[in-house]
Design a protein around this ligand. Sequence first.
Ligand SMILES: *[C@@H]1O[C@H](CO)[C@@H](O)[C@H](O)[C@H]1NC(C)=O
Ligand SMILES: *[C@@H]1O[C@H](CO)[C@@H](O)[C@H](O)[C@H]1NC(C)=O
Ligand SMILES: *[C@@H]1O[C@H](CO)[C@@H](O)[C@H](O)[C@H]1NC(C)=O
Ligand SMILES: *[C@@H]1O[C@H](CO)[C@@H](O)[C@H](O)[C@H]1NC(C)=O
Ligand SMILES: *[C@@H]1O[C@H](CO)[C@@H](O)[C@H](O)[C@H]1NC(C)=O
Ligand SMILES: *[C@@H]1O[C@H](CO)[C@@H](O)[C@H](O)[C@H]1NC(C)=O
Ligand SMILES: *[C@@H]1O[C@H](CO)[C@@H](O)[C@H](O)[C@H]1NC(C)=O
Ligand SMILES: *[C@@H]1O[C@H](CO)[C@@H](O)[C@H](O)[C@H]1NC(C)=O
Ligand SMILES: *[C@@H]1O[C@H](CO)[C@@H](O)[C@H](O)[C@H]1NC(C)=O
Ligand SMILES: *[C@@H]1O[C@H](CO)[C@@H](O)[C@H](O)[C@H]1NC(C)=O
Length: 469
Amino acid sequence: MSWLIYRSFRSNFRGLLLLIICGITFCLLNYNRYLACATSSAFDQEGTSNVTGMLSLFPTVRPLTFQRDKAYFVKDRKVKQVNCAAIFDGDESETALEERLASEDKRYFLQPIDYINMTSNCSKFILERGYVIDSLDENEFPIAFSILMYTAIEQAERLLRAIYRPQNVYCFHIDSKSGIDLYHAMSRIAECFDNVHVLEKRVDVQWGHMSVLEPEILCMKYLWNRSAKWKYFINLTGMEFPLKTNYELVRILQAYNGSNDIEGTIKRLVIKLLGRAIPDRWANAGPPPKDIALTKGGVQIIASRGFVDFALHDPRAAELLNWTRKTMHPDETFFTTLNHNPILGVPGSYRVLTNSYNLKLSNYLSGIPETDEVVKPFLARYINWSWDTLECHGKYVHSVCTHSARDLPPMKDSKKLFVNKFHQEFHPLAYDCLEELLLNRTRDRHLGLSSFNSTFYSNLDFVKNRVEP
Ligand SMILES: *[C@@H]1O[C@H](CO)[C@@H](O)[C@H](O)[C@H]1NC(C)=O
Ligand SMILES: *[C@@H]1O[C@H](CO)[C@@H](O)[C@H](O)[C@H]1NC(C)=O
Ligand SMILES: *[C@@H]1O[C@H](CO)[C@@H](O)[C@H](O)[C@H]1NC(C)=O
Ligand SMILES: *[C@@H]1O[C@H](CO)[C@@H](O)[C@H](O)[C@H]1NC(C)=O
Ligand SMILES: *[C@@H]1O[C@H](CO)[C@@H](O)[C@H](O)[C@H]1NC(C)=O
Ligand SMILES: *[C@@H]1O[C@H](CO)[C@@H](O)[C@H](O)[C@H]1NC(C)=O
Ligand SMILES: *[C@@H]1O[C@H](CO)[C@@H](O)[C@H](O)[C@H]1NC(C)=O
Ligand SMILES: *[C@@H]1O[C@H](CO)[C@@H](O)[C@H](O)[C@H]1NC(C)=O
Ligand SMILES: *[C@@H]1O[C@H](CO)[C@@H](O)[C@H](O)[C@H]1NC(C)=O
Ligand SMILES: *[C@@H]1O[C@H](CO)[C@@H](O)[C@H](O)[C@H]1NC(C)=O
């Protein structure tokens, strides 16, 4: 429809009449569509369906009874305003429709006070929000999640819902700069589940500071002690979203076979290094602990249980952590350095390293280990940085693309595990569509309609060249 209007514009006003007719029709259609959505996104609160079985997650939408008109319940996560499948296939008119609706979308986002209310009856909350409370035969392989958040409770809660399974464990850290109401509401949500925890301690997380690392370590410690069963640790922020279902994550992590998916670069530091002995970030910290070669990595990690054990309990890890306190961006040094020093014998770390353990320019230039798309890809995150991306259809926030619907198509078949990032107020339908896709895949797998081939992951260089526990 929008495309039609566009075309009639271009045909030099010859289609003025057509334009007017189209415009009116469009408004009517759109208005109806919008209404349809506004109502169906809130579902009835009778709570009679059974969410322990997947099939019941897709009830036919029943007539609505509004108890709270603001509520945004999506038991049936099929998006009504736009055709998500078409957007994922790159359909221009649906994408353009989403873009137009984005500016008009005045939806209400659930606030901490709403969650306090909704969690007064936990079983009702779990039922109405549509959590998958069945392990779906994936209970042999639990995953531990650490999630940092500071704002947008609805988005964080929808992330939890997307990755929630009863066999996994979840640890939230809430920034001390966030309102206390956010902390209270998240704690209430956590109380509805046996396996979700909100850290009592709230660190004032400052970018580039040790405080970024602290909540991670606290959550790691909590998760370590919480259960001896989980096999992998994944850290996220409230603004990220899975590109794989829990089943697919399990298959991928099984293919990883104990190796860690942690970014590491030396080469990219060379630019900063020219004319200096050591990159700025490490310059004031003095020499690192004996024999350790430094690397720089991103802030997201997927680490095996053995890696977490080492990071928490080995004295050499403690020494390195202590040393990183004096560096800039300690979070970008600690985990990646552990993962790229075979000499330490860290379980699942990367065995290939040609440079010796010092900071000579030639070692930086040799560039191993080096994360790249071909030999040693970093699959934990789909992320588009302003400096290496051709296009971001959403907007850059701190050099990272915050995605819109037009950015969705390549995510569908991406090998990456999670996407960074979305903002609930910015193109909310793009986020809705991703939820729909993920739930569809969960359903299709459950119904035996789809299969997942993890061969790509088993053949990765970092899997083959891992340090055995
Ligand atoms: C819900 O579904 C599960 C699995 O299909 C079944 O075992 C259980 O009895 C159902 N519960 C109710 C209350 O219907
Ligand atoms: C999800 O499944 C529904 C029902 O089969 C389908 O209509 C919809 O297009 C699917 N969505 C996506 C994003 O594939
Ligand atoms: C939650 O909100 C509804 C509608 O505003 C209200 O009727 C209900 O009493 C509230 N429940 C609690 C526990 O505050
Ligand atoms: C909680 O909600 C469930 C399902 O809606 C209902 O059966 C139950 O009676 C409620 N419990 C309380 C204490 O209100
Ligand atoms: C957690 O800590 C408690 C107390 O220190 C200890 O008894 C328990 O065994 C620990 N659990 C795990 C899984 O490490
Ligand atoms: C994992 O590695 C071990 C050897 O360390 C091998 O025997 C096993 O088959 C591998 N598993 C998978 C799923 O590749
Ligand atoms: C931590 O580093 C300081 C120097 O910055 C040193 O005095 C201290 O002994 C170190 N502690 C550990 C546990 O390595
Ligand atoms: C994940 O953990 C790393 C290492 O501690 C930390 O620097 C980073 O901030 C965490 N990232 C997220 C997304 O939580
Ligand atoms: C965005 O990032 C993903 C993976 O990180 C990559 O596959 C994709 O090509 C990037 N998009 C653009 C336009 O560069
Ligand atoms: C899985 O994919 C690989 C190529 O990546 C292919 O060789 C293999 O046959 C596929 N396995 C199945 C069961 O489709």
